[in-house]
Ligand binder design. Sequence first.
Ligand code: AMP
Length: 602
Amino acid sequence: MAVTTPAADVSAIGAALRSPAATVSEADAEKLRLIEELTSDVDAAQDRVLSEILGRNAGAEYLTRCGLDAGDIARATFRAKVPVVSYDDLKPYIQRIADGDRSPVLSTHPITEFLTSSGTSAGELKLIPVAMDDSGRRHALHGLIGPVLNLYVPGLDKGKGLYFMFVKSETRTRGGLTAWTVLTSVYKSDRFKSMANAYTSPTAAILCSDAFQSMYAQMVCGLCQRHDVVRVGAVFGASLVRAIRFLQLNWGQLAADIEAGELSPRVDDPSVREAVSGILRRPDAELAEFIRAECSNGDFADIITRIWPNTKYVDAVVTGSMAQYIPTLQYYSGGLPIVSTSYASSECFFGINLRPMCDPSEVSYTIMPNMAYFEFLPVGEAADARSLVELAGVEIGREYEVVVTTYAGLSRYRVGDVLRVTGFHNAAPEFRFVRRQNVLLSVDTDKTDEAELQRAVERASSALLRPRGASVADFTSRVCTDRIPGHYVIYWELHKLLTEAAAGDTVDGETLGRCCLEVEEALNPVYRRNRVTDGSIGPLEIRVVRPGTFEVLMGVAVSRGTSIGQYKVPRCVTLPSMVELLDSRVVSSHFSPALPRWTLAP
Ligand code: AMP
């Protein structure tokens, strides 16, 4: 039934949801009521979820080994007996399932597929097991986002979303199960295909694995339907910035195609061509001229509102490492709200943002207690089961690492995300995403930690510098997004191992270029995939700094209050004054001359 109830009458919706003046449909009201219900008695909801999870998993091998009996669904027993674990602890079990063991290893319910997380373990993608009913649970939670947005932004159902969506290549495990990213799994599902009309991108364009063709087709369709577009987005801020950059680089050809009513032969995937031909139906000289006029002077300020004038908000996650794209998106979007709707991972869909129009720096997510059993490890405390706090017990202002127990059989599993409690919606805590543990560098979905960067630098140094009588005396790094795609910058101070005469004056530029590639070769598969197949990370750069730079850096830290005894070289710098200092002492800069190797192996 359409638009009947004023939002203010959805009595159970909290103040934040009640205040906007929108009206809600019956279907939306039902979902909003569900949010209210779920957030009102968090502990009861969590109790129900844990009973359900244990009802199906207590008889599986893993929990039996932990000391649980089949049918033992008591929360107290679970909390007393099951340890807190990381991926590496569960990896042998997960590997057996991947290799074809169909016995109840982690869950008595069959594992139907794996999601490949962007987190890695020992240089391999993490494989996250999925049970048959998981996607329905995710879909149900995702379905709560729309009704919340409709409260704040009326008329969204009158138009379409221009969302840039991409699949990644998938593979099969030795045991024959599909392993793919969570988004690939969503975009290839029948559920998603049935919602295709909500988007300007044809499904064939989204499912095209060639990143250029996919982006080109999605952009051309977005341009042709520009007056229908009411929201512009991508899952993460980085992808949306990349899409706009793509427009900046390709508007000439896009306009030519629109003028001719014919797609460029650069898109040669037949299914994409066919799908686009249903949208790019005839020549449109007026639209082509408009695009040229808007894009040709190179000024892309407010480009989103100029090209898609009915856009009401920009939809892209800009929390966590994606916050680095907020200024660029603000520049492109002319003051539109930038909305981070949800917080999810391969392991679990955590929650949604119930105040979607808030400032990007203020975003908090309300964890939905029906998705998994959630516990929280206070930051700074030992990873001991006794330290874990339940969802209903977290305290405002404190930071916790989130630990999940899922239907698919991860029990007390550390996701690696640190969250801060910022408030409550009813009884449900709201969390700000603080950081991912150990992630030093991230441009897109890549997550590079300190140990990995250190290893990569050492590998390049020993393979290419040492034979030339040099080594890396010290290094630090940062992500540079001045150009899109962003890239990793590593600052190196070189040290001569031999006498000056033997080592020569400097290591030559070609060798340093090869060092960049060597570092890239040693980085994780997600980095290399993004670099090779999506082009969402640019060539790695090494900036050689003058001798003594790291001493100056230490001097600055000490002058700011760090004690010399405790000083550690930061392996990543973000503070603008530190970046400026490093850049002012750069003597030469070198880029990776080629793409690193990347092959898909689960
Ligand atoms: P993956 O396992 O590849 O799906 O990546 C999931 C991870 O991405 C999470 O554990 C977070 O570290 C990060 N992430 C997902 N959603 C958000 C969000 N809304 N804000 C910040 N980080 C996020």
